[in-house]
Ligand binder design. Sequence first.
Ligand code: ATP
Ligand code: MG
Length: 355
Amino acid sequence: MAAISLDHIRKSYGAHVIVDNLCIDVQAGEFLTLLGPSGCGKSTILRMIAGLDSPSAGGILFDGRRMNDVLPADRNIAMVFQSYALYPHMTVRQNLEYPLRKRRVPAQQRAAMVDNVAGILQIGPLLDRRSSQLSGGQQQRVALGRAMIRSPDVFLFDEPLSNLDATLRAHMRAEIIQLHQRLGKTMVYVTHDQIEAMTMSTRIAVLEGGKLLQLGPPAEVYARPATRFVASFVGTPRMNFLPGALVPGGFRADGLALEIAVAHAADAVRVTAGVRPQDLLLAKDGLPARVTLVERTGQETLVTTSAGAQTLVLRLDESCKLRIGDEIAIGVRPGKLHLFDEASGERLGNDDCHP
Ligand SMILES: Nc1ncnc2c1ncn2[C@@H]1O[C@H](COP(=O)(O)OP(=O)(O)OP(=O)(O)O)[C@@H](O)[C@H]1O
Ligand SMILES: [Mg+2]
């Protein structure tokens, strides 16, 4: 196990700053996910931890030891990529053995280590197949096996599941979680899929444009997003946003007959209010709106409505009988409004936004 510190990391290509003043402490044995949209610098950060790329400034430390000048092969890390990077002409066994051969591990020991990993990942029956003859999920399991076989201190994953279909992705997600529990190794996982981040991580680091916006356990990031961007990125269906203003004792939405009591001690006047679809409900004296779309998943019903110029999505239960064109009135569950400064996008101090 190893703790990893990213200490004021900066990475630039010429004048183009990719990662800016990044500080993250990954605890030993933790499953930390770097979550953010395409191009925000996730792979660049992972490659710097692996030693495949070097920071323009700042330190990378493993257990307090500076690693900047340590070669990738000497960092005792294993990396799993989106493209499995297996050797297609080799059998599964040969692929698994490859990192061991490079380290001149004796044949008998190699065979025992391959059997051990094959047992954990249940790929024993595949050992003599060529990797080009495997399904995507099987290939990804072999890639995991090849990463595990040297017992690295740190596992780095760069979107390892994005080439798989939805069912296999869910299955492999569970396997990686179990692997983490079983091995207890430090894992840093890169994804732009917030469901993966929410379900797998001990903590999530949300990034935008090479900057860290929030670092915390999934439940905290979900319940108290630090910025409007985080709020919009985490949670499906997406949080609803309403532009408006703070008025004494509450929030008033622009152009809508909607005023919600919130305790606030904020200086900002112009704000954006956020409310998750499950925190909107049908309420007699609520905001008038018209249903524009009804989507039933079997276990819930997503109802899209238009209220003035705004679109609001409600998440109701499966018994909902609403149809397109229905006129409804919408209320907000008490204490469920998130307020963000309109200009900066920062969360306002409405942690207890009960009226
Ligand atoms: N060698 C390079 N030279 C110049 N710019 C680069 C280089 N490598 C990456 N970049 C730029 O750095 C930014 C971050 O790239 P990076 O690959 O880290 O993003 P990412 O978050 O992993 O995105 P994705 O989700 O699409 O994989 C991008 O704007 C990319 O164009
Ligand atoms: Mg990437």
